[in-house]
Design a protein around this ligand. Structure first.
Ligand SMILES: [Zn+2]
Length: 149
C-alpha cells in the first residue's frame, strides 16, 4: 500500500498530473514548507493563499515536480462549471470605493507550465471577461476574472 495515498489525491489538469494535498496535509506542510521531503516553491505566498482560501474549498492547490526542478511547483486551481481552471491569485483593491478582496485571473503564462497545449490554454484563459468591483461596479485595476473572496 502506498503510504502517501491518504495525504493527497492525484488529478489530471489539462493533461498534466498534479498532486493535491488534503487539508490536513497542508497543516503539516505549514510547519516546514515541505511535502514528502521536498520544498514547496514560493512557499510563503502559497501558504498565505492556502490559509485564506482552502477552508472555503473554492481553490485547490496542485503540486508538480517539473523537469529540472527539485521543489514542488504550485498551481492554483479554480473549479468552473465545465473544467478546472488554472489561475493566478492576487489581492484586488478598488480605487473607487476601497473595496478589497482576493481575485483570480488566467493572464499569466507561468500557470500553464507543463500543460499540454499551453499556448491554447493561455489564449482561452485570457478570453474570460474582466469583472467589475462587486461593491460599486467600478473598473478594478489589473485583470480580475473571478472574485474568490
Ligand atoms: Zn468599488
Amino acid at each position: 500500500m502506498n503510504p502517501n495515498a491518504s495525504d493527497s489525491e492525484s488529478i489530471i489538469v489539462d493533461g498534466q498530473e498534479m498532486i493535491v494535498p488534503t487539508q490536513s496535509a497542508w497543516g503539516q506542510i505549514k510547519l516546514n514548507s515541505e511535502f514528502r521531503g521536498r520544498q514547496i516553491g514560493g512557499a510563503k505566498i502559497v501558504m498565505k493563499w492556502v490559509e485564506e482560501l482552502l477552508p472555503s474549498n473554492k481553490i485547490k492547490v496542485g503540486l508538480v515536480i517539473l523537469p529540472k526542478f527539485d521543489s514542488w511547483y504550485p498551481y492554483f486551481l479554480l473549479k468552473l462549471q465545465d473544467h478546472i481552471q488554472r489561475v493566478q491569485l492576487r489581492t484586488a483593491v478598488c480605487n473607487n470605493c476601497n473595496w478589497s478582496g482576493i481575485a483570480a485571473h488566467a493572464h499569466d503564462v507561468d500557470i500553464y507550465i507543463g500543460a499540454q497545449q499551453s499556448n491554447l490554454l493561455f489564449k482561452a484563459g485570457t478570453s474570460y471577461p474582466d469583472i467589475p468591483c462587486p461593491n460599486c461596479k467600478g473598473k478594478l485595476p489589473g485583470p480580475v476574472q473571478w472574485i474568490i473572496k
